[in-house]
Design a protein around this ligand. Structure first.
Ligand SMILES: Nc1ncnc2c1ncn2[C@@H]1O[C@H](COP(=O)(O)OP(=O)(O)O)[C@@H](O)[C@H]1O
Ligand SMILES: [Mg+2]
Length: 377
């Protein structure tokens, strides 16, 4: 088995400049029944990196992945994998491993027979097959399960067989279309970490599709957020979370409260209230905008003087308290900003149930955390 590069931290990984493995230019897929499913998508993916395409159902993720796989001919635009146009290579010659939500394993064959299948199709030397199959079953921690039939394995184990089968011929590119969507939460989160480990170990260039923001943040080197067939933002996970470029991205990742208003220098105006904030890009005064503040950036206290670290504060009233286990989510409203339901995370391991519905409190934040975007609606 090809050994991956020596263990790199993700920081080192993000700083190494590598050749481009996948290049998409103005990729459009128009099925002719309304807006295009994918609309002028362009991006580069460097060799060895893990890209996630993240977006709600119907946003064009699968269509984009199918064009990259060569299953769907784009209406227009170009796509190359390692410098070769995808449609110039016949499907059986493409070096692409795939795992979809429906795993399409052969249920009556053993795990080892399933993993051996792509090697037989590719006419590997039969003497090399058993060793290679064993290596890849070991990689997915199924070394002892090779002789089990697929229908004798759990959902998570079947998932691992599908991963081993997709990787056993060492493809140039691994494509994943929501392979974890059907698993229960605990198993899904375990498999997300497994994907990350295996991808680091082998260094295979990977494109993963999901609607699960946590999965995208956990596993990826790069994330593309899609909505309505368009790429909304393409960035590293931390950058995407901290510096969303528009209200869609700000609303899709994490929990934010939005305040509508019009732009003024250094903030927004809502009614006769001026709120300081950080403009996302150039926004002319008077433009309709929405300010976004994340639930973890708002503090909530009983007495305003304990909000010394916040430069913006409002007297508020608790509308709802939602217990989420490791934290509380308060919903609060202020007479100064009528109609805005602020969502506030509260982690206090000592003192849960601090405030009840109807309690008078003060909420506050730092103006630099209020991101102001042009309104899209
Ligand atoms: N073969 C097809 N024919 C017509 N419309 C399609 C086809 N495949 C997908 N679409 C449409 O393209 C849009 C994007 O679909 P898809 O790429 O499957 O989204 P996602 O994977 O993000 O849920 C949807 O509106 C879907 O109905
Ligand atoms: Mg899909």
């Amino acid at each position: 088995m090809k050994q991956g590069a020596p263990a790199e931290t993700s920081r080192e990984k993000s700083e190494i400049k590598r050749p481009v493995a996948v290049r998409a230019r103005d990729l459009t897929m128009d099925f002719g029944d309304g807006a295009p499913a994918v609309d002028r998508a362009s991006f580069d993916l460097e060799t060895g990196r893990f890209l996630t395409i993240l977006g709600p159902s119907g946003s064009g993720k699968t269509t984009l992945l199918r064009m990259i796989a060569g299953f769907q001919k784009p209406t227009s635009g170009e796509i190359t994998v390692n410098g070769h146009a995808v449609d110039a290579t016949p499907p059986h010659r493409r070096s692409v491993g795939m795992v979809f939500q429906r795993l399409a394993l052969f249920p009556h064959m053993t795990a080892a027979e399933n993993v051996a299948f792509p090697l037989k199709m590719r006419r590997y030397d039969p003497r090399s097959v058993p060793g290679r199959v064993r290596d890849f079953l070991d990689l997915v921690k199924l070394g002892d399960y090779g002789e089990r039939r697929i229908n004798e394995l759990s959902g998570g184990q079947q998932q691992r067989v599908a991963i081993a089968r997709a990787l056993v011929f060492e493809p140039e590119l691994l494509l994943l279309d929501e392979p974890l969507a059907a698993l229960d939460r605990k198993l899904r989160e375990e498999m997300q970490l497994e994907f990350r480990r295996i991808q680091h170990e082998l260094g295979v260039t990977t494109i993963n599709v999901t609607h699960d923001q946590r999965e995208a943040l956990v596993v990826s080197d790069d994330i593309i957020v899609m909505d309505g067939g368009r790429i909304q933002q393409h960035a590293r996970p931390v950058e995407l979370y901290r510096m969303p470029e528009n209200t869609f991205v700000a609303g899709f990742l994490g929990v934010s409260t939005f305040v509508a208003g019009t732009a003024f220098p250094g903030g927004l105006k809502s009614g006769d209230l001026h709120l300081s904030g950080t403009h996302a890009g150039e926004i002319a005064e008077g433009t309709p905008v929405r300010g976004a503040i994340r639930a973890e950036q708002i503090r909530i206290v009983a007495a305003p003087d304990s909000l010394a670290t916040c430069d913006t504060a409002f007297p508020s009233r608790i509308l709802d308290v939602i217990f989420e286990g490791e934290r509380l989510l308060y919903v609060a409203e202020s007479d100064r900003l009528p109609g805005v339901a602020f969502q506030v995370y509260h982690h206090d391991t000592e003192a849960f149930d601090l405030y009840e519905i109807g309690a008078q409190v003060t909420i506050g934040w730092n103006a630099r955390d209020m991101k102001i975007f042009k309104s899209t609606a």
